[in-house]
Design a protein around this ligand. Structure first.
Ligand code: DX5
Ligand code: ZN
Length: 220
C-alpha cells in the first residue's frame, strides 16, 4: 500500500443526483474534495454552504473544501458547521495567511494553502508550518476536465522536500488532471493526496476508477 489518499472532486459529478454520486465513491475514496467557487477569484460558480450541509447527511467521508474565493476566510465557522473537515485557500487570495489559518483553527477546521500552476513555491514556503495540507494545482483553477500540467512536477518535489527537511507532517495534495497516466508522476514527485474529478465521476464505475488510480500508483 502506498498510503496515498484519493480525493474524488464532486465538481465532476451529476449535480442533479448528488447523493447517488457520492454513494458511488463512499467506500473506495479516502476524502471527498469540494470545490467552492465564487465567480470572482475564478471564472466559475459551483456550490456553497447549503449543498455541503445537505451532502454531509449522506456521507461519512472526510470533507476537503477547496475555496476558490476572493475572501476565503469569510465563512469559516459556517463551513465547519456545515460539516467541512479541512479548508484549503489560495495563497494568491491570502498572501498573509497567518490570520486566516488561526480563524480556521478557531472554527475547528484543518487548514491548507493552495498554489496556482504559475505561482512559485517560495511565497508559500514560510507558511508550510501552518498547514495540514499544501496543495499544488496541476490545472488552472475554475474548471474540471483539463489536462495535467507537467511543468508543476518540480514544484511538487520542492514542496515535498521542504516538508521532509523540516520534519513537518503536511500532506502534499495535487489537484487537477489526475488519471492513471498522471497519478504516478504526481506521486513520484511527492504527492500524498490526489484529487481526481473527471477520471472518477465520469467513469462508468467510479469505485473501479479509484482502484485503477491506486493500481497505477502501486505499479510505478
Ligand atoms: C479545478 C478544481 C479541481 C478539479 C479537478 O478548479 O480545483 O479540483 O475539479 O477535476 P479534474 O480531475 O477533472 O481535473
Ligand atoms: Zn479543487
Amino acid at each position: 500500500m502506498s498510503g496515498v489518499k484519493i480525493a474524488p472532486s464532486l465538481l465532476a459529478a451529476d449535480f442533479s443526483r448528488l447523493a447517488e454520486e457520492i454513494a458511488r465513491v463512499e467506500e473506495a475514496a479516502d476524502w471527498l474534495h469540494l470545490d467552492v467557487m465564487d465567480g470572482h477569484f475564478v471564472p466559475n460558480i459551483s456550490f456553497g454552504l447549503s449543498v455541503i450541509e445537505n451532502i454531509r447527511g449522506v456521507s461519512d467521508l472526510f470533507f476537503d473544501c477547496h475555496l476558490m474565493t476572493t475572501n476565503p476566510d469569510f465563512f469559516l465557522p459556517e463551513l465547519a458547521k456545515a460539516g467541512v473537515d479541512l479548508v484549503t485557500m489560495h495563497i494568491e487570495a491570502v498572501p498573509n495567511p497567518m490570520g486566516p489559518s488561526e480563524r480556521a483553527r478557531d472554527a475547528g477546521l484543518d487548514f491548507g494553502l493552495v498554489l496556482n500552476p504559475r505561482t512559485p513555491f517560495g511565497g508559500l514556503a514560510p507558511f508550510v508550518e501552518l498547514c495540514d495540507v499544501v496543495v499544488v494545482m496541476s490545472v488552472e483553477p475554475g474548471h474540471g476536465g483539463q489536462s495535467f500540467i507537467e511543468s508543476v512536477l518540480p514544484k511538487i518535489e520542492e514542496a515535498r522536500e521542504w516538508v521532509e527537511n523540516r520534519g513537518l507532517t503536511a500532506d502534499i495534495q495535487v489537484d487537477g488532471g489526475i488519471t492513471p497516466d498522471t497519478a504516478p508522476l504526481a506521486v513520484a514527485a511527492g504527492a500524498t493526496v490526489l484529487v481526481a474529478g473527471t477520471s472518477v465521476f465520469r467513469a462508468n464505475d467510479s469505485a473501479d476508477a479509484i482502484k485503477d488510480l491506486r493500481r497505477a500508483i502501486e505499479k510505478r
